[in-house]
Design a protein around this ligand. Structure first.
Ligand SMILES: Nc1ncnc2c1ncn2[C@@H]1O[C@H](COP(=O)(O)OP(=O)(O)OP(=O)(O)O)[C@@H](O)[C@H]1O
Ligand SMILES: [Mg+2]
Length: 251
């Protein structure tokens, strides 16, 4: 209870889940200045799958990290359910990241010495899920992602595509209100990409989760409710997709 109050999440809140307001993110490397995100203002409605697409280096990971509170904008602001991230204390940010949000990192960031199931179970336990429920969920998501036979293998022994699916299972196991998934199908073949995207789509439709993901893969577009295209740090188009067009083009 107390925890919930500390990061002030309002379940009755019915505005956009994330609001990015005139956000820029600039990196300075010595004398070089990189404008990774340039003056972006966007909103993510609840229970929506937003796909951020664009060429390598266009700013997809940077925008996702800003929306997920992992990075602070150089100027502008990012607001989660009506509250600016800059007003969260470090502790509130940590609790938010563990419980309200889920992340699938482009770099995966798994613990290589632990098994697949230990990685997934640990994320649930850290989020406060009880031990029996944590293991039940870990088994469920690993099974859904076709990893039951690999569950007790160390991550360091798994293929890139298997590791990526472990990272997806870890992102989902806390049943977050919002999932940030950076290229979650980048290492997968077409059939496995579809399997992952079917699961992510079902989570949006059935659990009302909000998902922000990035991808280079044209097949992923068919699953999204809205597609934002980034070019050189700026959004060049925002295309809503109707359920009909999704279902029509996913075949
Ligand atoms: N920590 C950093 N320090 C300096 N420059 C950075 C940093 N992170 C990203 N950049 C630069 O910002 C730009 C956007 O990077 P970003 O990782 O957001 O692109 P991306 O669209 O996710 O690319 P990819 O498809 O290759 O993952 C790039 O030019 C990148 O080199
Ligand atoms: Mg990236």
């Amino acid at each position: 209870m107390q925890r919930t109050q500390r990061y002030a999440v309002h379940d009755e809140y019915d505005g956009p889940v994330v609001q990015v307001k005139a956000a820029t993110r600039t990196y300075r490397n010595g004398g070089d200045v990189v404008h990774a995100v340039r003056d972006i203002s966007v909103e993510v409605p609840a229970s929506t799958m937003v796909l951020v697409q664009g060429k390598s280096g266009s700013g997809k990971t940077t925008l996702l990290n800003l929306m997920g509170g992992l990075e602070r904008p150089s100027s502008g602001s990012v607001v989660y359910k009506g509250r600016e991230f800059s007003r969260y204390t470090r502790r509130q940010t940590t609790v938010w990241r563990r419980t309200e949000a889920g992340f699938v990192f482009q770099s995966l960031a798994l613990l290589p010495g632990l098994t697949a199931i230990e990685n997934v179970d640990l994320a649930a336990r850290i989020a406060g899920v009880g031990p029996r429920e944590a293991i039940r969920r870990a088994e469920y998501y690993l099974h859904a992602l076709g990893l039951t036979a690999r569950a007790s293998h160390r991550v360091s022994e798994l293929s890139g595509g298997e590791q990526q699916r472990v990272a997806v299972a870890r992102g989902l196991v806390t049943e977050p209100k919002i999932l940030f998934a950076d290229e979650p199908t980048g290492e997968l073949d077409h059939a496995l990409s579809r399997r992952v995207m079917d699961i992510l789509r079902a989570v949006v439709d059935e659990k009302k989760t909000t998902i922000c993901l990035t991808s280079h893969d044209p097949a992923v577009i068919a699953y999204a409710d809205v597609v934002w295209t980034l070019s050189d740090g700026a959004i060049t188009s925002m295309q809503p997709r109707s359920r009909d067009s999704r279902e029509g083009s996913s075949e």
